[in-house]
Write a protein that binds this ligand. Structure first.
Ligand code: DGL
Length: 269
């Protein structure tokens, strides 16, 4: 198996920077190119058909125009809608964020009661429920769609009374179901980790996919320059402002890739 020299990562916006940060920490010498599709965020409230088209366009662009040798779908909504078609079509290994999160949750729960906070699209797909039940058929899964979290994260509005109040509403069913483990099933939600933890109040395991995913990449990462390219489909200046904060380091100047450039592919390979 050859080592990955240039890993492509994409998300609908800034949320996947949480995955990128973990991946760069685990693979410090590897080159990464990150694409945030801010022109078309949110994905989580769109149909699976539309999200699949966006994901195929981006995968095509990253594998062809940017020559990535591995692809990370750092978006639960896109993983849920498109992972099968991306794996069929892409000429490179494709990583998703649902399997690592589900695996970590099943490993950590003591009671078998697992909560999933996710977008409407991810909840509707049942992707987490299927993956958790594949690992533990007896697990009890409670899912809650949290559509307001993504705009809060995109606005950088992640602390204070507003996210706190919204989080309280969303976590109520998980508290009622006595979940001891809660999956942050959208890559934007780790940005709201404190608000979510405060709202749940009792001690639970908060699981996100970034660490287990990063660990699996580290097994195959090449050592090189550690270069990082950031691409966005809209407003690079805005992306940069949030990028510094969410990446935990200075975000390189984002390059604008207009969505017209991401032409719909017939097939990726
Ligand atoms: N960050 C994405 C996810 O993990 C999608 C958020 C959105 O675009 O709705 O689902």
């Amino acid at each position: 198996m050859s080592a990955f020299r240039n890993i492509g990562i994409f998300d609908s916006g800034v949320g996947g920077l949480t995955v990128l940060a973990a991946a760069r920490a685990a693979c410090p010498g590897t080159q990464f190119v990150y694409l945030g599709d801010t022109a078309r965020v949110p994905y989580g409230s769109k149909s699976a058909t539309v999200v699949r088209r966006y994901a195929r366009e981006i995968a095509h662009y990253l594998t062809k125009a940017r020559a990535v040798d591995a692809l990370v779908v750092a978006c639960n909504s896109a993983s849920a809608a498109a992972i099968d078609v991306l794996r069929q079509e892409c000429p490179v290994p494709v990583y998703d964020v649902i399997a690592p999160g589900a695996g970590a949750a099943v490993a950590q729960t003591r009671t078998g009661k697992i909560g999933v906070l996710a977008t409407r699209g991810t909840v509707r797909s049942q992707a987490y429920v299927r993956e958790i039940h594949r690992l533990d058929p007896h697990a009890e899964v409670t899912q809650v769609a949290c559509p307001l979290f993504v705009p809060l994260a995109e606005e950088g509005w992640t602390t204070g009374p507003i996210p706190q109040t919204i989080a309280l509403e969303y976590v109520r069913p998980l508290i009622e179901a006595n979940c001891d483990t809660v999956i942050l099933g959208c890559t934007h939600y780790p940005l709201l980790r404190d608000a979510i933890a405060n709202a749940i109040c009792v001690e639970v395991n908060l699981v996100d996919s970034a660490q287990p995913l990063a660990a699996s990449l580290a097994d195959r990462a090449a050592t090189g320059s550690g270069r990082l390219d950031i691409l966005t489909t809209d407003d690079p200046e805005r992306f940069r402002e949030l990028g510094d904060r969410f990446l935990g380091e200075t975000c390189p100047e984002p390059e604008l890739v207009p969505i017209e450039v991401l032409a719909e592919p017939e097939a990726i390979s």
